[in-house]
Design a protein around this ligand. Structure first.
Ligand SMILES: [Zn+2]
Length: 101
């Protein structure tokens, strides 16, 4: 079980998205292959907004200073628009992969 940094709700890792910092920028680690610290987030723009307001990302990822969530928001919105009914299938595929954290 993982805790969403937005709503603090607990969920299976397969139901949450992994967010990491690459070169000082937040990105979604959709394939879960990027090493280092990860933060977990529901695939929900509302959770992203809550995490941003609470400054949850710098804390969860142990980086100094504010992080821009614009990139992650873009990735999230794209994902929401393009997946649709295939979302559960994608989640199953992600769940099969080894959790690096
Ligand atoms: Zn959440």
């Amino acid at each position: 079980m993982r805790t969403c940094v937005g709503c603090r709700g607990r969920a299976l890792a397969g139901e949450l998205l992994r967010v990491v910092v690459v070169d000082g920028e937040l990105v979604l680690d959709l394939r879960r292959r990027i090493g280092g610290r990860g933060a977990w987030l529901h695939p929900d723009p509302g959770c992203l907004t809550r995490a941003e307001r609470r400054r949850a990302f710098p804390r969860a990822l142990r980086v100094p200073g504010p992080l821009d969530v614009a990139g992650v928001r873009g990735q999230l919105e794209q994902r929401t628009h393009t997946t649709g009914s295939g979302a559960s299938r994608a989640a199953k595929e992600e769940r099969k992969q080894v959790d690096p954290s």
